[in-house]
Design a protein around this ligand. Structure first.
Ligand SMILES: Nc1ncnc2c1ncn2[C@@H]1O[C@H](COP(=O)(O)OP(=O)(O)OP(=O)(O)O)[C@@H](O)[C@H]1O
Ligand SMILES: [Mg+2]
Length: 450
């Protein structure tokens, strides 16, 4: 059987968020440090009263407290029959991939996804969002937390390299070890009685295969599917879960910059490539502005931080000011479609119909927010596919905008557009300027809870 890690993962993450050692947490919760260790390694599960002491010690409230207590009390559902070996144990590689770095922030999202799939209120959840926003990373954390709730375990299937929707069923069948000439029938036979979590990563280019997922869910009542995709699958059974960029600091002070997930991500990756990097009074405001300019987009932040070996945050910011969002020489272990921002955005652009692709380039003219009539005046037929693909965002007031990195990409496409001159010429004079940075900062996400 797989090791139960739902509660251990949450416990450790909450403890580290507060900067507590195991000894300090034990003292706060009034239990021994050896018990804390056992809970974090999953060798013991706390009784309800102890879980509540731990939740108090970790200052958890509201939804997060509820999710923590659910995780603490979760036990794997028994299989329908005792005849079979847990499916995950039969698979060639039955462990979920291990994330190379810790998850930053995302507490509320993790709790919500864990609740949806863990309490079986949803059987198909799609994490949707723009390129590099952190869908896969969040799905990995959710899958790790959920895995023990499924008696047959979980499988993570990476689809980014697959282009042919017809190949989805054979690939899943092969990964799960489903035997039979016809992949879908073999999958249904294998999954029908299983309590299993199937995670499908990067589904966006395979949307025509979405009905397969509906058929699997209909045939396997205890199957749950967690999907990451830049666009929705448009299934009736699907619960769409939008993933927003990482939270930015609420102020530019060192204390705020050090804890906000977006800026923490920059600092942690910067230290990894340049151990001499130190966040301090001298550079905190620049780091905050840099992450703000990158819209809190984790992939963009990581790629920028990868250059912190040679460039100070101020130099990185100056590159952005010069319209350069491409920081070459990122991390070699990122998937091919994420080696550069250009590659990540082009991957989404490739999936657009020609009219939408043309409209996307035209939007590169807007330096700030805009509305549908302004876009239509530029010849953008429909914004829907662009919103759906995460290439266009809406702010709190309903006005539309492109994340900065995406806008620079679109502007570059516009530069070589055959009608570029006309499009520049008929840009509405009312086009607003870039939103003020602090305002944009506050529209991204609420600050960390602590
Ligand atoms: N909360 C987080 N904490 C730490 N690292 C993160 C977080 N979110 C994202 N990252 C890192 O940022 C990078 C991009 O994230 P991820 O691959 O999850 O994006 P994505 O939305 O799945 O992108 P794509 O649409 O290209 O598949 C990854 O290297 C990931 O590890
Ligand atoms: Mg992904």
């Amino acid at each position: 059987m797989l090791v139960a890690i739902t509660f251990p993962v949450l416990l450790k993450q909450c403890r580290l968020e507060l900067g507590l050692t195991q000894t300090q947490l034990a003292a706060r919760a009034g239990i021994s440090v050896s018990l804390v260790r056992k809970y974090e390694t999953g060798t013991r599960v706390p009784p309800r009263a102890t879980a509540m002491h731990l939740a108090n010690a970790l200052r958890l409230a509201g939804e997060e407290r509820a999710a923590f207590l659910v995780a603490a009390s979760a036990r794997a559902l028994p299989p329908v029959t005792t005849q079979h070996t847990p499916l995950a144990a039969q698979m060639a590689s039955h462990r979920l991939p291990v994330a190379p770095t810790p998850l930053l922030g995302r507490e509320a999202e993790l709790a919500a996804i864990t609740r949806l799939l863990g309490e079986h209120t949803a059987h198909c959840v799609t994490l949707i969002g723009p390129p590099g926003v952190g869908k896969s990373r969040l799905a990995l954390a959710a899958a790790a937390a959920l895995q023990p709730l499924f008696a047959d375990g979980a499988a993570w299937i990476e689809l980014a390299a697959l282009d042919d929707p017809a190949a989805v069923a054979p690939l899943i069948a092969a990964r799960l070890g489903a035997q039979g000439d016809e992949a879908e029938a073999a999958l249904i036979a294998l999954l029908a009685q299983r309590s299993f979590l199937l995670v499908l990563d990067n589904f966006e280019q395979l949307v025509p295969a979405a009905p397969l997922i509906a058929r699997l869910l209909a045939a396997a009542p205890r199957l749950s599917v967690l999907i990451t995709s830049r666009v929705p699958l448009r299934l009736r059974a699907e619960t769409r879960f939008p993933v927003k960029p990482l939270a930015l600091p609420v102020t530019r002070r060192v204390s705020a910059v050090a804890v906000a997930p977006a800026t923490r991500l920059f600092c942690e990756r910067a230290v990894a490539v340049n151990p001499a990097f130190v966040l301090g009074v001298a550079n905190a405001a620049t780091v905050a502005t840099l992450c703000q300019r990158l819209d809190g987009l984790p992939l963009a932040i990581e790629l920028a931080a990868a250059r912190a070996d040679a460039l100070e945050p101020a130099a990185l910011l100056a590159s952005l000011d010069a319209g350069i969002t491409e920081f070459a020489g990122g991390f070699a272990d990122l998937p091919a479609h994420q080696r550069s921002l250009q590659a990540a955005i082009a991957w989404s652009e490739r999936l657009l119909e020609p009219a939408a692709r043309d409209g996307f380039a035209r939007l590169g003219v807007f330096a700030g927010t805009f509305d549908a009539p302004a876009a239509a005046a530029l010849g953008v037929a429909s914004l829907d596919p662009l919103v759906e693909a995460g290439l266009v965002q809406a702010d709190a007031s309903g006005r539309l905008y492109l994340l900065e990195t995406i806008r620079v990409f679109a502007a570059e496409r516009l530069r070589v557009h055959p009608e570029a001159a006309n499009i520049y010429a008929c840009t509405p004079t009312t086009t607003p300027t870039l939103p003020k940075l602090p305002a944009r900062c506050s529209t991204v996400q609420p600050p960390l809870r602590r």
